[in-house]
Write a protein that binds this ligand. Structure first.
Ligand SMILES: [Zn+2]
Length: 262
């Protein structure tokens, strides 16, 4: 049997490839995908969404994408994404310890197949949703060396530093919904303290709670940041659970960690 036109077109794409496709009507209202385990189409006009699983999956290394690039043109709020996308996005986030109310500004890109988190004006971070996407995080609209989540109330009582954005989101959620709401939560997007961020801390004389991941990279990051701040009269605390990121922790554990600020 001859393949349907969309399937023939999808099979011509490289693994990881995405392309606009004319399913019905006069314009290319559909998107076709060549995923590692299946060929898929989704038509935004007629809502048709056929999928053909690959019989013999041969995992190919997908070419590495640029770490900094312009935002995809099709970024939408997650609330406007089709239900199947919302469902898979939220179950993916749940495996990372993140619940929908912790990421209310979440966006989605079909072409990139990434979660998109706005971090500041014009800047956002794209998180891969499959293990074959490389790198895991992409910066859209420019390079930023940290991502800041504003406190709910002023004056600011202190600052919490995490490695990744999802951990910062979870800590901010704990503080803003169940805690005092006056903490600045910042994802370092790594384990290093950016010079501008260091200056901000010193200027405000904020107590710093280091909540890096409970692994070797996290522990050496903590040591390095403590050394960076040693010359200043800044109160520095640490909290880590071995083998876990802050986003893996229970809400109660995070709230207990935050009591250090008092
Ligand atoms: Zn259609």
């Amino acid at each position: 049997m001859m393949d349907a036109p969309w399937l023939r077109a999808a099979k011509r794409l490289p693994v990881g490839g995405v392309e606009r496709f004319r399913c019905c009507g006069s314009t290319k209202a559909a998107v076709i995908f060549n995923k590692p385990d299946a060929w898929e189409m989704y038509c935004h006009r007629c809502k048709s969404s056929p999928k053909e699983r690959k019989q013999f999956v041969q995992m190919q290394r997908v070419q590495q994408e640029a770490r900094v690039q312009p935002a995809p043109a099709d970024v939408i709020n997650i609330a406007d994404a089709r239900p199947s996308v919302q469902q898979s996005v939220y179950s993916f986030l749940a495996t990372k310890g993140i619940m929908p109310d912790m990421v209310e500004d979440l966006q989605w890109s079909d072409t990139a197949q990434r979660l998109v988190f706005p971090v500041s004006s014009g800047l956002s971070l794209g998180r891969a949703t499959t293990t074959w996407q490389n790198p895991k995080w992409i910066q859209y609209g420019g390079k930023s060396s940290f991502a800041y989540i504003a406190p709910k109330t002023q004056p600011v009582q202190g600052i919490v530093l995490t490695e990744d954005l999802l951990s910062a989101k979870k800590v901010a959620h704990a503080s803003n919904h169940f805690g005092s709401g006056n903490l600045v939560c910042v994802a370092l997007l790594g384990t290093r303290l950016d010079a501008r961020l260091k200056l901000l801390i010193i200027e405000h004389n904020w107590p710093v709670l280091l909540m890096l991941d409970g692994d070797d990279a996290g522990y050496s990051g903590v040591k390095r940041i403590k050394r960076d701040l040693k010359a200043f009269p800044i109160r520095v605390g640490t909290f880590a659970v071995d083998g876990k990121d802050p986003k893996d922790l229970q809400m109660q554990e995070i709230l207990e960690a935050l009591t250090w600020m008092r």
